[in-house]
Design a protein. Structure first.
Ligand code: AOF
Ligand code: ZN
Length: 349
């Protein structure tokens, strides 16, 4: 690792400390270095609160303040150029007369999108872009997918038996163990929304909330084109924000919204557009097979988390979806009899 990469690595560590507190903003960390010594550190801690660079400058001790103008600011995202909830960080770095700014990646949010870098350079600051860029893009993959592809980041999740079945046709089957189920609730707490298709909603009558982990429950999204889900089912009955995506009616009632889409071959695109326009940055899709496979076939997925109970043979049932263009990551691990594998979709040139 180069020296720049080492300081940027520290920025990424700091950025990660904001997880769970800054969404839909990105996780950002910053380090201020003078002559080989870190004189300030900060990260974006809370949505609506100061950005990483500002917290980093605020941490500089009084005796080091006269060194700021001879220092390098390392930051894991392009400093912002807009007046949002806080003033532009690029302006602040210019006022502080920081000598050099090292950035991991460009901010694809339309109000910034290169303007921060342009401002810094126009003020005569030496800017280096692209240090640990891949890692920085990975850390904020939901944010970047949302802004670059105009759709939420899509995570597919299913549990399958050792012989590749995800359940029976008519009834719910327990496949993963209690520890994996807790992990799934943690995953739920980390995403903006959770989504299932009609059959899963009707057969499983899921609650789709986060009961076994800390933190919030995601917004629930269910596809129910012909409004077949009984009103007594959890998804319609529970006091929890829910979108019912359908082809018959558009209305808002309490914390439920019925979103009406056209029943054509652009249905999934329309659905993702509807979520995007409502600011949903990520969606965890928990089934069933039909919805999962249609997202895979349309290449509308980013990450898949598959739990395989290696000790369970069902012999028959609903076959697991088949991934395409998937790369298995080394984030895979084993939990008792459950093997948990994480895949990313790779784009073919
Ligand atoms: C930075 N440093 O630490 C972060 C940035 O509403 P605001 O004012 O908080 O602005 C949010 C936007 O600012 C967000 O969408 C992203 O583009 C950028 N986030 N920028 O310079 C930071 N968190
Ligand atoms: Zn900023």
């Amino acid at each position: 690792m180069t020296i720049d990469e080492q300081y940027m690595q520290r920025c990424l560590q700091l950025a990660a400390l904001g997880a769970g507190h800054v969404a839909p903003n990105p996780l950002v960390g910053a380090v201020l270095v003078h002559d080989g010594r870190i004189i300030g550190e900060g990260y974006h801690q809370q949505y609506g609160q100061p950005h990483a660079e500002v917290n980093c400058l605020a941490s500089v001790q009084p005796q080091d303040q006269q060194l700021i103008a001879e220092s390098t600011m390392y930051v894991s995202l392009e400093p912002c150029a807009h007046f949002g909830k806080t003033p532009p960080c690029a302006d602040r770095l210019i006022t502080e007369k920081v000598k050099r700014v090292v950035i991991a990646c460009r901010d694809s949010y339309a109000a910034v999108d290169g303007k921060g870098i342009t401002k810094l350079q126009a003020a005569g600051i030496d800017v280096t872009l692209g240090v640990l860029e891949k890692e920085a893009l990975q850390l904020n993959r939901r944010f970047f997918t949302y802004h670059q592809q105009q759709r939420p980041y899509i995570l597919l999740k299913w549990a399958q038996s050792a012989d590749g079945y995800i359940g029976e046709t008519e009834k719910q089957v327990a496949i993963s163990n209690a520890i994996s189920n807790r992990l799934v609730h943690r995953w739920r707490s980390e995403e903006a929304a959770i989504m299932v298709g009609t059959n899963t909603a009707i057969i499983d009558n899921p609650k789709l909330n986060n009961r076994y982990w800390f933190g919030p429950s995601p917004l629930r999204v269910v596809i129910d084109k012909q409004l077949r889900i009984p009103a007594t089912h959890h998804l319609l009955k529970d006091e929890q924000p829910t979108f019912i995506v359908n082809c018959l009616l558009q209305k808002v009632q309490g914390n439920k919204e019925w979103i009406q889409l056209k029943d054509d071959h652009h249905f999934l695109r329309q659905l993702l557009q509807a979520l995007h326009s409502r600011g949903i940055q990520s969606v965890l899709v928990e089934g069933g097979r039909q919805l999962l496979q249609s997202l895979i076939d349309a290449q509308l997925w980013d990450e898949a988390r598959i739990i395989t109970n290696t000790a369970l043979l069902l012999g028959h049932g609903v076959a697991a979806p088949t991934l395409k263009n998937a790369t298995r990551t080394d984030a895979s691990f084993q939990q008792e009899k459950d093997s948990i594998q994480i895949f990313y979709r790779h784009t073919t040139a």
